[in-house]
Design a protein around this ligand. Sequence first.
Ligand code: NCD
Length: 445
Amino acid sequence: MSGPRHLVSIDDLSLAEITQLFEHARHFSENLRDSAEICRGLIAASVFYEPSTRTRLSFESAMLRLGGGVVTAADMNASSASKGESLADTVRVVSGAYADILVLRHPSEGAARLAARYSNVPVINAGDGSHEHPTQTLCDLYTLWIEKGRLEGLDVVLSGDLRYSRTIHSFVYALARFGANLVCVPHQGLELPDYVVKRLREEYGAEPQAADASRLGDLASSSDAMYITPTKPHQLSLYTEAQRGLRLVDHVDAVYMTRPQTERFGESDSASNYIHLDTDIMSGEALREAVVMHPLPRRDEISPEFDADPRSIYFKQAARGVPIRMAILGMLLGRLDFEHSPRPHLEATYPVKLGANPCPNMGCVSHTEIRQAPAAYRIVSRFPVRAVCAYCSRELNLTLVGSVGTPEAFRPDASKARRIEPSELVFFRDSAEAISAGFTVGSGT
Ligand code: NCD
């Protein structure tokens, strides 16, 4: 009964599976031109609604190196999408006789989750709006694993546009799960979104703390740095370097730089005085052993003169996109051996039964493909009741909750809310909405 295995979020993989992907990728990197039997006879389709160089070409190269074939729709403006075809219909067509696996890039958040619902073959998320980019994250983790030999306990600076960079979002979740520490050094106004920080806290047990980043010199001079550690707070007290309540950052293993994602900027966003990393900035003692990474493309945020520095590894990182994507394709197509490990559990999804779409994210596919992506939710906590959008995983703002067929609505932290079955849940943004749906607003907690 289980359908094909998809890779939509980095959370769709267990840590054991990710580590096995690294092992396979390392093997492929040593046998790049000698693996052409693995996917012989299979076809990958690239369906790209946004520009791409590395992601699309490395996937296609990976499939060709595995002996498979590729079909490409690299410019969906030249496809039937320009005639008004929905994403769901495109996916239904391509995931049949046309291809055995689908690699999708789309500007709407949650688009890959929607595609997975309609696809007969595995769907790989190659970037959905500013939501996630799990295969770039696998490439980034693999690069760190090769360069540093481990992920646990690494101190990784994330710099630039932390707000709209999908590569950052998938990366921070994975780094936290592997036990790495995050040092956020954002461009002002482009900080890590609150919903990402909240998720790091609530789902991964990570603790954010203000950071003293003075030892990072100009790298952090115009930024309010934040230190996020998955280490339990009682262990934090073992650190002697905590100063004035700030966590001192005096040693960095990697700097991950990002470009301003101007194509997703709102009217109030600006990239003026954006960070510019160069040899001078990287001369501080705290950065002596830090490798510099970037998902690319870069604009001005890393000076070309720094390319000659042995710590600049962004081109090696891009090259590693091929062997890691060979491993991803081989895994999802069932052509590689993976030791059995429990898959991460994905909670059931339920359609929203009453009222307007409660997803607060207007960039979500549930707002852009309204007919094909009817509002739906997953429960992430039964008490207090917390739910997220089934597509983009953004938390729903629940003011009142009720149960279908009952007359009363409660606050999500009321004790009666605990008894509501997830599949029976209805949400209200305020009491007026509850009352107009025929509910009375319960007082009890
Ligand atoms: C990234 C992306 O598309 O999110 N590029 C990539 O896949 N390597 C980063 C970016 O565009 O800045």
